[in-house]
Write a protein that binds this ligand. Structure first.
Ligand SMILES: Cc1cc2nc3c(=O)[nH]c(=O)nc-3n(C[C@H](O)[C@H](O)[C@H](O)COP(=O)(O)OP(=O)(O)OC[C@H]3O[C@@H](n4cnc5c(N)ncnc54)[C@H](O)[C@@H]3O)c2cc1C
Length: 403
């Protein structure tokens, strides 16, 4: 065993004994007690104190300072233990944190990063505006410097979970006379202040995942300007790369293909949750699904998923050896969106009438959840930049094609 493998094996053992020590009994598998808010908080703090809510961030900013391999071990052991890891702000950990680490000054890193790792501040993303979605650089929300503050006026839309957020990272126009990409700044500010109105947008489903956010003379401390004044576009694009990369990692195929279990010399054949699920609805002919056309669609989907997972893994290793996140994240975001929609379509086809339920008796909770998931998947090719926009990025920045 190499020194690296031995160190990983020791790390695995440590995690394996640490998890049951710090997990409150009410959260442990098989518990019949509903976990209290204090127990959930204790679980969160146990992770945050070791930096495991943001395991790859440097330790001095509240991260775990772990390597990618150690993170993989941590994730495997948490999955094995069978308790969901504590959740902290997606917007903070996946989007803002990485750009603060790259572009923020020391004071900003100290002020914001640790709060993100401990889940003390919920963030939201103030990018889209009523007239600026795909054409993001067309944004009109203005910020004008006034002494040690910026005064912000304008409106953002489709701001996911703004009604549950404390702070916003916001693209603002700070030079209306400059060329449109050159007059934008990246500003952070508190949403709990006069002059900020957050209006949830009611969707056809009855849910409300988005808000429209209005700013009327809202105030941002000038010390919360990230990067140079009017230099926000570079940061905005980098944040989108992180967002797109994470969105693709969370969709089918985005997870690593079946990992080798510690010390195992053989990888078990991949299983197909879709095929397993379909058996109950389609029936079988001998060992195989009864419907040959659906059998074929599922097999093709699983093969594509496996290839996608391997390609993502290879890209991750190349990125580690090279420059990190790149415009290639657009390729993965596009493919992951299509894969997730395809998965939903196949599942709806295998379930037939059982896929028609939105709520009510007559449908199992899993059937309702999957139908809702299928409908939600339609948003995958819009959020984080539409599929058409990803195709433009791929054409220009990956393939180098002319405008
Ligand atoms: C689930 C979800 C969550 C979201 N969360 C957030 C959030 O938290 N914060 C936030 O700021 N925004 C958020 N958004 C908004 C999202 O980023 C925008 O909806 C998206 O960028 C598209 O902008 P738009 O809706 O204005 O559409 P438009 O830009 O008006 O586009 C309409 C259509 O025209 C096409 N199109 C536009 N320009 C081109 C072009 N140059 N070439 C080819 N086709 C083009 C588009 O692809 C699309 O099909 C979210 C969206 C969704 C669906």
């Amino acid at each position: 065993m190499s020194t690296e493998d031995a160190a990983l094996a020791t790390f695995r053992e440590q995690i394996r004994s640490w998890l049951p020590e710090v997990c409150p009994p009410s959260l442990k598998p098989g518990s019949d007690t509903t976990p209290s808010a204090e127990d959930r908080q204790a679980w969160l703090e146990a992770f945050a104190e070791r930096g495991y809510t943001t395991p790859t961030w440097p330790k001095e900013y509240g991260g775990g300072g772990l390597s990618k391999q150690e993170v993989a071990v941590l994730n495997e052991e948490v999955t094995r233990f069978g308790v969901m890891p504590p959740g902290v702000s997606f917007f903070g950990t996946v989007m803002l944190g990485p750009v603060l680490l790259e572009f923020g000054n020391e004071e900003q890193k100290q002020k914001h990063l640790r709060d993100i790792t401990f889940g003390r501040v919920q963030w939201c993303q103030g990018y889209s505006e009523p007239g600026a979605g795909s054409d993001l650089a067309g944004l009109q929300t203005r910020a004008v410097r006034d002494g040690e503050q910026f005064i912000v006026n304008g409106s953002k839309i489709w701001t996911s979970m703004a009604d549950q957020a404390d702070w916003i990272f916001c693209l603002v126009r700070t030079d209306p006379d400059a060329a449109k990409h050159d007059g934008i700044s990246f500003l952070l500010f508190d949403l709990h202040q006069p002059g900020v109105t957050i209006s949830p947008i009611q969707l056809i489903s009855g849910q409300s995942d988005f808000c429209q956010v209005f700013f009327e003379d809202a105030k941002a401390e000038a010390s919360n300007l990230v990067g140079p004044l009017n230099g926000g576009w570079t940061i905005a694009k980098r944040l989108l790369q992180h967002e797109r990369q994470t969105l693709s990692g969370g969709m089918p195929g985005g997870e690593s293909p079946t990992p080798k279990k510690g010390g195992a010399s053989e990888v078990p054949a991949p299983t197909s949750p879709l095929a397993e699920d379909a058996r109950a609805y389609l029936g079988t002919e001998g060992d195989r699904l009864a419907d040959p056309a659906l059998r074929d669609r599922i097999a093709q989907y699983e093969l594509d998923k496996l290839c996608f997972g391997l390609t993502l893994k290879r890209n991750g290793q190349e990125a580690k050896a090279g420059q990190g996140t790149s415009a290639a994240s657009s390729m993965f975001k596009l493919y992951a969106s299509e894969m997730n929609k395809r998965r939903g379509e196949i599942q709806m086809s295998t379930r037939g009438a059982a896929a028609l339920g939105w709520e009510g008796e007559g449908f199992s909770s899993n059937e309702i959840m999957e139908t809702r998931g299928w409908l939600r998947s339609k948003g995958n090719s819009i959020e984080g930049g539409t599929s058409e926009v990803q195709l433009n990025v791929i054409a220009k920045r990956v393939l180098g094609l002319p405008d």
